[in-house]
Design a protein around this ligand. Structure first.
Ligand code: ADP
Length: 302
């Protein structure tokens, strides 16, 4: 059903670390857990949990972490035949400190730096009905990215994208041009307001609808808003006790795109996204809480 292109890494989630260690200091924490991380990987797992057939396209290191991630993907029934192994870099790692307070990360990009769109096999990728790109680190090569989007469209695939910002900490200057070639464009509130320069989500959505027919903005605990074909829809979030917000955005994206691929209306897509996001923040680890189909339906019924 879908091919996902982007970042994958190991997340080390540190629980109960309420201060950053000073030089020479050792801090003892309650727990440290290893999970599969990276926006694209988390989206892939979330979509596979909902029951879709998903293939992942990214680069792992030739190391134990890479093998571990492949095994975890296989456990979810994810097709890893397009995953490449780097000859030189190790698998990326992110250490997430005190996720229950504010999220602080230490990241080694590793083999993700070797994901280049111009090297992707577009013919193979377009065999998926839908392609989702997120956490792609080579986006300074904007022209190649747009060219790939056009080729995917010509091949009959639909495309969704969540660009965020890249590992240099820079914003993506080509975002408005890219939007014109993407069927569903997703971002969070900070990104939407930054890119458009507006203070209100409504204005931000209206502005972006001049570039893309379908834009979605995630609003954290407040839920999410979308604008499709000139019509704005707002959908409130669900009150849950958040323990780890890692992957909430990717889980939301999976719920939304699941609805989109199932042919559901924007309101239902937003509902699915918010349920997946809420269930995701309720558990430690970026893909632990995100629901399967039954979990999604049960949450909506209650
Ligand atoms: P990102 O992780 O991309 O910054 P958000 O923080 O906006 O995205 O979270 C994505 C989605 O997850 C939200 O749209 C919402 O559905 C859900 N979500 C996030 N935080 C909470 C929370 N504290 N309570 C309930 N739902 C949440």
């Amino acid at each position: 059903d879908a091919v996902v292109i982007g970042d994958v890494n190991i997340d080390l989630v540190v629980v109960g670390c309420n201060q950053i260690p000073q030089p020479g200091q050792e801090i003892f924490v309650d727990n440290m857990m290893m999970h599969v991380g990276g926006g694209a990987a988390l989206f892939t797992i979330a979509l596979a949990k909902l029951g879709l057939h998903v293939a992942f396209d990214g680069v792992l290191g030739n190391d134990g972490y890479g093998h571990y991630i492949r095994e975890r993907f296989a456990g979810y029934g994810i097709d890893t035949s397009m995953v490449r192994t780097s000859g030189t870099s190790r698998t990326g790692i992110t250490i997430a400190i005190n996720p229950e307070l504010d999220r602080s990360f230490i990241t080694y990009v590793g083999s993700n730096a070797e994901l280049h769109v111009e090297e992707l096999d577009v013919g193979q990728i377009a065999l998926g009905r839908h392609v989702h790109v997120t956490g792609y680190r080579g986006r300074r090569n904007h022209t190649e990215f747009v060219a790939m989007a056009k080729r995917l469209k010509e091949a009959g695939a639909t495309l969704s994208c969540d660009v965020g910002w890249d590992d240099t900490g820079e914003w993506y200057s080509g975002v408005f041009e890219l939007m014109q070639h993407v069927d569903v464009f997703l971002m969070n509130e900070t990104e939407a307001l930054h890119y458009t320069g507006f203070e209100r989500i409504e204005d931000s959505l209206s502005y972006m609808s001049g570039f893309s027919p379908h834009v979605v903005i995630k609003l954290g605990p407040q839920g999410a808003a979308a604008m499709k074909d000139g019509l704005q829809t707002m959908s409130p979030g669900f009150p849950v006790e958040a323990v780890d917000t890692t992957g909430a955005g990717d889980s939301f994206n999976a719920g939304y795109i699941y609805g989109f691929l199932t042919g559901l209306d924007v309101e239902t897509c937003l509902l699915y996204g918010n349920v997946c996001g809420a269930l995701s923040v309720g558990a430690y680890g970026g893909s632990t809480g995100t629901p399967d189909r039954e979990g999604l339906e049960a949450f909506i019924r209650q």
